[in-house]
Design a protein. Structure first.
Length: 280
């Protein structure tokens, strides 16, 4: 959402009656600059980002998001949206505006018969995988357990299952989304299809997704996975091997290669593998 300024060029401020009304209206928490916990509430994963929002809405449900959006729009506040808070650029927090935080919305329902998961936007990858792996199911997510599912999916979402099952957004069935005008919509291939097309990899500013529904696939809970390290002087030959082998590898096999530096400062060439086919 965009920055609004008042006619005199100043930024809007929170008034005491508004604060009291908002705290009554939401099930979650409203954190202001003078409140205990404010410094913690404004932090994101990248410690270099140091922004000071006017308020942080910790939403407990979709209706809280609607309330926060309507308030910010009516008062002219800049809005930033935060789920996992993993965004390196720091765009999930803002100076002088309102942060709408959905990180506490962590409900998930897994239907093992239909192979579908309905997950709220505050879940991270580790929490999502833990719920689906109870049923031996998974879908494409990223590679760090503390990454949020929301930002990952809205940006496309590539992970170890991608070669076989596509991106995270390819496995998205439907969403619940709060639009900038404060409407809570269900978007899928049949309802608001253009909006659904846009959010699948298009990034932000289409609205605030509060719930994601994903297709699941039989995966795990046992996998063949690991990494191989080659000494730096072997890197050239190892790269040639990686190129030749990965070019003909089956879709069930994910192979990632990188030049890495150990804590000791020693350099290596790494090949990480994950196989999701039959264990035998």
């Amino acid at each position: 959402m965009s920055m609004f300024k008042l006619m005199d060029g100043s930024e809007p401020t929170l008034q005491a009656p508004d604060i009291a009304r908002l705290r009554q209206a939401i099930r979650g928490d409203l954190i202001l600059r003078d409140d205990p916990g404010y410094d913690q509430a404004r932090r994101v994963w990248n410690g270099m980002v140091d922004k000071r929002p006017a308020a942080v809405f910790y939403c407990a449900e979709s209706s809280d998001v609607v309330t926060a959006v309507n308030f910010a729009r009516s008062q002219g506040f800049l809005v930033a949206v935060r789920a996992g808070g993993h965004n390196v650029a720091g765009s999930s927090v803002c100076d002088g505006g309102v942060v709408i935080d959905v990180s506490r919305m962590k409900r998930i329902e897994v239907d093992p018969i239909r192979r579908v998961a309905r997950a709220e936007a505050g879940l991270n990858l580790g929490e999502f995988d833990a719920a689906t792996q109870v049923h031996g199911l998974a879908t494409t997510m990223g590679v760090n357990a503390d990454t949020g599912i929301a930002g990952l999916t809205l940006g496309g979402g590539f992970g170890k299952l991608g070669r076989k099952h596509g991106l995270s957004c390819d496995n998205l069935v439907a969403v619940e989304i709060v639009t900038a005008d404060g409407r809570l919509l269900t978007a899928n291939a049949a309802e608001y299809a253009d909006l659904f097309w846009g959010i699948r990899g298009g990034g932000g500013n289409f609205g605030i997704v509060t719930t994601f529904e994903y297709k699941l696939h039989p995966v795990g809970p046992l996998l063949i996975a690991g990494s191989m390290l080659y000494r730096y002087e072997e890197a050239r030959d190892a790269m040639r091997f990686y190129h030749a082998f990965s070019s003909g590898a089956p879709d069930e096999l994910s192979l990632d290669a990188a030049l890495v530096t150990a804590p000791s400062g020693e350099r290596f060439f790494s090949i990480s593998a994950c196989y999701i086919g039959p264990l035998d």
